[in-house]
Design a protein around this ligand. Structure first.
Ligand code: PAF
Length: 285
């Protein structure tokens, strides 16, 4: 497995693999790799071709310096994990390699959806995400990039950026990986206290109840949202940030579930912010 620090070195490796006719899969990550990343890497592997992983805690997508400082980092474990999973090349760059001083990199606009939900709670988050994903795609030149469904708003905005800018990469969405109790696997979970960890599945419980109500024919978004809020509220250590039902095609909030829709939720357990979502089923026939 090749490990590169600089952009030119990594591009040379991916260019050579592409020239040999191999498909190129990129798994962009911020490190602290877990089973969710394993699933993305396996999906890329299953497609055959060359598998590249980027490990970069992107300062541009953090609006809070404490949050950035607290983000878990363990490069040695990440590299060992990538090696074990059969990754071909890792790019683990410095901030200067991703954002070379004096260079004006493309700064794709997330538009109005970028200021809602995650964007409202974390100003500057999505401009930072789109900028780094654009940069990672341009340095790597992948045929496909693999992103998790857990970050549904990120996935929506990255897909839209790729379509609008006519970038060559296909964005492959991979299902959320969950712990046995339903908690979505996330790097931030390791910062939960044992008591918070016990209550953290309340997000998934709320979403699951809302999905069951939708399946039962409940079309009123406010009722589904109240269901999610009730479950999260029942977890005494959680503070609900938002719960909403959004149009799967536009990420706009819905008041009535009359088209493919996704329930989304975010809550804070002291300093740890968790997000989750579920695609709502249509009413059972
Ligand atoms: O989902 C993440 O881990 C990050 O937002 C990403 C896509 C790697 C960009 O920094």
């Amino acid at each position: 497995m090749d490990v590169s620090r600089d952009a030119a070195g990594f591009s040379a490796i991916t260019d050579a693999a592409r020239r040999s006719g191999r498909a190129m899969g990129l798994v962009p990550t911020m490190g602290a790799l877990h089973q969710g990343h394993d699933a993305l890497i396996s999906r890329a592997r299953d497609r055959g071709g060359f598998v590249a992983v980027s490990i970069f805690v992107n300062p541009m997508q953090f609006s809070d310096a404490d949050d950035l400082a607290a983000y878990p980092r363990d490069e040695a474990a990440d590299l060992a994990r990538c090696e074990r999973l059969g990754v071909d090349a890792v790019w683990s760059p410095s901030v200067e390699q991703v954002y070379p001083p004096g260079v004006d990199l493309p700064a794709p606009d997330p538009g109005s959806i970028g200021s809602t939900f995650e964007g409202a709670s974390r100003p500057g988050h999505f401009p930072g995400v789109l900028m780094v994903v654009h940069r990672l795609l341009s340095v790597t030149g992948p045929t496909s990039a693999y992103l998790g469904q857990k970050d549904a708003q990120q996935l929506f905005l990255v897909r839209r950026m790729v379509a609008r800018e006519q970038l060559a990469a296909e964005i492959v969405a991979c299902p959320t990986v969950r712990e046995a109790d339903g908690l979505a696997v996330a790097s931030r979970n390791r910062n939960l206290t044992p008591a918070e960890r016990e209550q953290a599945p309340s997000l998934f419980l709320g979403l699951s109840e809302a999905a069951a109500a939708a399946r039962g024919g409940e079309p009123v978004a406010a009722v589904l949202i109240a269901t999610i809020a009730r479950e999260v509220g029942a977890a005494g250590l959680a503070r609900l940030d938002y719960a909403a039902i959004v149009d799967e095609a536009t990420f706009e909030p819905l008041t009535t579930v009359d088209r493919p829709a996704r329930a989304i939720v975010a809550a804070r357990f002291s300093e740890v912010r968790l997000i989750d979502n579920l695609l709502l089923p249509g009413p059972a026939a």
